[in-house]
Design a protein around this ligand. Sequence first.
Ligand code: DLL
Length: 432
Amino acid sequence: MYWEPEKECMTKEDLEQLQLERLQSTLYRVGTHVPFYRKKFDELQLDYDNIKSLDDLSRLPFTTKQDLRDNYPYGLFAVPLREVVRVHSSSGTTGLATVVGYTQNDIKRWSNLVARVLTGAGVTKDDVIQIAFGYGLFTGGFGLHYGAERLGASVIPISAGNTKRQIQIMQDFKTTALVCTPSYALIIADTMMDLGINPNGLSLRVGLFGAEPWSDAMRHEIHEKLGIIATDNYGLSEIMGPGVAGECPELNGLHINEDHFLAEIINPDTLEPVEPGEIGELVITTLTKEAFPMIRYRTRDLTRFIPEPCPCGRTHQRMQRIMGRSDDMLIIKGVNVFPIQIEKVLFEIEGTEPHYQIVVERENHSDNVTVLVEVVESIFFDQMKKQRAMVELIKARLAAELGIAVNVKLVEERSLERFEGKSKRVIDKRAF
Ligand code: DLL
């Protein structure tokens, strides 16, 4: 099931031709309308009229989050504000927020691409979609909302939070598709269990989850607890919001909407492209954005391209699910560790709840990591002996997965903070 088969299944040749034409017009747009890019091109003595092949992409400058901050709020817009019909902003958890804008055409294309992602996940106009992403400056709520309407589905714009009400609405309105962060899906599942509601009695059949990294083990847990197909979709506000990439029914990698986004994977240290199939940082150039075009935006998200063609028939490049952000990577005793590696292990151990937190402290010039793990009541209140055995088991499994030892502390069920939007797994107490 495709939304636009003529685009999603294009031959590589046609796609590359389209991408080149769109790249050229994007370069013209930013070169003439965005002083920041004009200056960068001048510094590099780059005549964008001479970009004649996609291979020339590597000659173009990168754009970073810092560049967006330096031009806060509207400095990188390529159209006058009067043509902007919407403004969103990223959460700004690490410093000043960044601001992005959309023209009328941008909103149309955005809705269309989100409709494409929804279709890839198996959602149709017959679905009743409950959007439990926050509506507001965050792109998740409005992005999915417009896409779902474009698809023709029935949209319930409930927004995030008030979990009991989410469940009530889900029951009463016969929701078939749930849209939220994967961590919030688990909170909904746990609350259902508390209320004694059997998810099998609901109409829910599919979930579209994104906006934060999540492991396959977590996907499995959501599937088990809610009895639904759990699909992954990816995007970021700087590039558009949701709708950049999404899974197809194969559930094996996310197709990047390559007719609108040119993706590269680079080594974040050398800034050179990695070998095909190797892990690195995803870099995206927008090809059709009017208000806020981005040239080689460094996402900080780590993934790899999946070189093999996808059995679903879509020709757009697949990327593996995001492992995490390079900013979230912990370096413990010289070893690189991602929170989702820890998550994967915890999900496999019986008696642990799917809620955890990673606390990093610096002691004697070395990072000290403690994983706080919620455990079911029966273990928490059990004899010390059983608790100790549990700690040892988790430590051993984590050591086997990560290759280094970390501390483990069991905490009472429901004692860790819950998040209705993006979850915060790492508490970094290191002083930099
Ligand atoms: O999270 C856009 C979005 C909304 C995507 C709803 C999907 C669904 P930002 O708030 O700007 O935008 O955060 C973007 O979130 O760079 C990734 O680090 C992370 N992220 C987004 N989707 C995924 C995903 C939205 N499927 C940042 N898997 C990105 C892993 C994701 N990480």
